[in-house]
Structures are given as structure tokens and as C-alpha cells.
Design a protein around this ligand. Structure first.
Ligand code: NAD
Ligand code: ZN
Ligand code: ZN
Length: 338
């Protein structure tokens, strides 16, 4: 099968023929139809994070495809079912986190396109128990970004505790952010979109943002405090730590800051203000299988619609280059010739 492979960090991905994997016990073989390109894949290819991915690596955790073969012991899926390959590729099912509905914290998990080969390939093998069931009647290419950008931002909004009618700020209107904004609106929240690029903010406007701020031109903290008195929740899905610091200072008393984006670095947290203002700082990582079902249903119901452009697997290095330069508005989805 044809796959895009990371052989060494910071080098271009190689498009090459590799052996098509065989589904083992409890696994399914999936013929990929589409795979969204998440900024995490770029971090993986660069080896940006303290925990490194496997090498060689086939990235991709926004994969959608159709089951073509089931391994021994699989009873929940059959050939022809449409499924998604997510970041939470597999968890142990036995640890305290798995047992308490917090499987995204499982210390024994495998991650699609990071510690297990993912969906930047014509085929992918994945555990039947952890693939996402794609609702009937949806376009596999359009739904692909929900597998990560969707579930992650949906979960982050839930974790934020913000309630209908309250203000949230979304820092970074990229692949994740433009979907975060739509979930937030669907949940009845009022949204301030913050990005350093005007074209991203124009998209935010079109998607129903109640206010937009270009934080390269205007101090977003002052703007947010002046206009709405601070937000109940600020979610940073930006790829620059400056946005995280600004997000922290945007929240009102009793508010929460949710860290989702994964640039390297730290942010200073003022002890006094955090204590006296009762500010919560939370990290949020993708979502559970239940969060995934809910996030997919929002999209199937037409309440959330990723803005996508498509590219071929062979074009992945060009897509990464554009992503690095911040030139992608919405999400790029790789498609496969079937
Ligand atoms: P993206 O490249 O599509 O979007 C990033 C956006 O951040 C762009 O719109 C860019 O203009 C904006 N940005 C850059 N600097 C900014 C600043 N100073 N202020 C405001 N906006 C700024 O990336 P993506 O695919 O949306 O991913 C975003 C981040 O989220 C990545 O670091 C990725 O690894 C991480 N991520 C985390 C999870 C999780 O579960 N926590 C899941 C998926 C992705
Ligand atoms: Zn992702
Ligand atoms: Zn576990």
C-alpha cells in the first residue's frame, strides 16, 4: 500500500510502498477514504514534544474509511462498516482512568499516528473497540476533522464548564479553533475569536463569532475586559504560548482557562490572582469514545461543519509547509483514490 512515512524528524515525509498490515486479534483493516491533517502530525514529524513518536511513523489520526477485513474475535464490526481512526487508538480498559470514564488519561494508551501507525496510508489496522463509528449519511471527507479537531474542542468546551449565554474566548482559529467556535455556538455560548491573522477572523465572522480580535494588532486582554468584562472560559488552541498567557488573563473571576494547543514552553501563572479570582486552569486532551459519539452526532445533525480543502497524500509535505506558515484556513483533508 502507499503511505506517507516519517523516517527522521524534521525531514520530509517519504511517499512509498509499504506492506499492507494484517488485522490481528480484535483488530480491523480499514481502507482509508480521507484523513484530516492535524497540527499534531506536524509536531510528530518534527519530534517537537518531550515524548517522541515511533519511527518510522505513518501519521494521521483523523482517518475515515471502510472496514475491509476483520481479525479474529471481532464481533462489533463487519466488512463495509465506516469507521474513524482516532488519536485514542487504544487504551488498556483496566486502569483507574479507563474504569472511571477518563480513558484519555490511560497511561497505557496508544495514539493513532504517533505511537501506532495512523491513517496517512491507503490502509490502516486499528483495534475494533476503539475506532469511531461514523454515523450514516455523512460525507467521509467532510466528517474527518471531527475525529480529532471536533472531539477535542467539543470536550474542551465541556471541561470549561461554560454555560449557555456565557462568553468564551477561543484563541487560535485554525483547524481546531474554527470547529471549537461552531460547537460553542451550538451549545448556546457567546464567542470571541482571537487569532493573529485577519483571514482566520473573517472565517470566524462567517461562522457566527460574536466578536473577533486580532491579537497581533490589539491587546486581546484589554479588549475582552473592556467589552464584556472578561470571559467565563478561555480555550487556547493556538500554536504559540503567548496566546495561552493572554487566555489566562482574559477570564473573569471564577472563570476557567483550558489549555489544548501544544506549543512547547511554559506560561507564568500569577499565584495571587489565581487564588483571589478563583481561576481554574485545566488541560484537555482529545475526548473519550462517548465524547466522540456526541461530537460526531453534532456534525451529522449539521450543527457543526468543518471548512475543508482537499489534497492528495503525495502533497502532504506541501500541506505541512503551508500549515507551518499559517496559510491554511480551516482544515486540509487528504483523500485517497479508491
Ligand atoms: P492549526 O495550525 O490549524 O491552527 C493554529 C492556529 O493558531 C492558526 O490559526 C494560527 O494563526 C493561530 N495562532 C498562531 N499564533 C497565535 C497567537 N499568538 N494567538 C492566536 N492565534 C495564534 O493547528 P490545529 O490543528 O488547530 O492544532 C492546534 C494545536 O492544538 C496544535 O499544537 C496541536 O498539536 C494541538 N492539539 C491538541 C489536542 C488536544 O487533545 N489537546 C488535539 C489536537 C490538536
Ligand atoms: Zn489532532
Ligand atoms: Zn487504561
Amino acid at each position: 500500500m502507499k503511505a506517507a512515512v516519517v523516517t527522521n524528524f524534521k525531514e520530509k515525509l517519504e511517499i512509498k510502498e509499504v506492506e499492507t498490515p494484517k488485522p490481528g486479534q480484535g483488530e480491523v483493516l480499514i481502507k482509508m477514504e480521507a484523513c484530516g491533517v492535524c497540527h499534531t502530525d506536524l509536531h510528530a514529524a518534527h519530534g517537537d514534544w518531550p515524548v517522541k513518536p515511533k519511527l518510522p511513523l505513518i501519521p494521521g489520526h483523523e482517518g475515515v474509511g471502510v472496514v475491509t477485513e476483520v481479525g479474529p474475535g471481532v464481533t462489533s464490526l463487519k466488512v463495509g462498516d465506516r469507521v474513524g481512526v482516532p488519536w485514542l487508538f487504544k487504551a488498556c480498559g483496566e486502569c483507574e482512568y479507563c474504569l472511571s470514564g477518563q480513558e484519555t488519561l490511560c497511561p497505557n494508551q496508544l495514539n493513532g499516528g504517533y505511537t501506532a501507525d495512523g491513517a496517512y496510508a491507503e490502509y490502516c489496522v486499528a483495534p475494533a473497540d476503539y475506532v469511531a463509528r461514523i454515523p450514516d449519511g455523512v460525507d467521509p471527507v467532510e466528517i474527518a476533522p471531527i475525529l480529532c479537531a471536533g472531539v477535542t474542542t467539543y470536550k474542551a468546551l465541556k471541561v470549561s464548564g461554560a454555560k449557555p449565554g456565557e462568553w468564551v474566548a477561543i484563541y487560535g482559529i485554525g483547524g481546531l479553533g474554527h470547529i471549537a467556535l461552531q460547537y460553542a455556538k451550538a451549545m448556546g455560548l457567546k464567542v470571541i475569536a482571537v487569532d493573529i491573522q485577519d483571514d482566520k477572523l473573517e472565517l470566524a465572522d462567517e461562522l457566527g463569532a460574536d466578536m473577533t480580535v486580532n491579537n497581533k494588532k490589539v491587546d486581546p486582554v484589554k479588549e475582552i475586559k473592556d467589552k464584556v468584562g472578561g470571559v467565563q472560559a478561555a480555550i487556547s488552541v493556538a500554536v504559540n504560548k503567548v496566546a495561552f498567557e493572554q487566555a489566562y488573563h482574559s477570564v473573569k473571576r471564577g472563570g476557567s482557562v483550558v489549555l489544548v494547543g501544544l506549543p512547547t514552553g511554559d506560561i507564568p501563572v500569577p499565584i495571587f490572582d489565581t487564588v483571589l479570582n478563583g481561576v481554574s486552569i485545566k488541560g484537555s486532551i482529545v475526548g473519550t469514545r462517548k465524547d466522540m459519539q456526541e461530537a460526531l452526532q453534532f456534525a451529522a445533525d449539521g450543527k457543526v461543519k468543518p471548512i475543508i480543502s482537499t489534497a492528495k497524500l503525495e502533497e502532504i509535505n506541501d500541506v505541512f509547509e503551508r500549515m507551518e506558515k499559517g496559510q491554511i484556513n480551516g482544515r486540509v483533508v487528504l483523500t485517497f483514490d479508491n
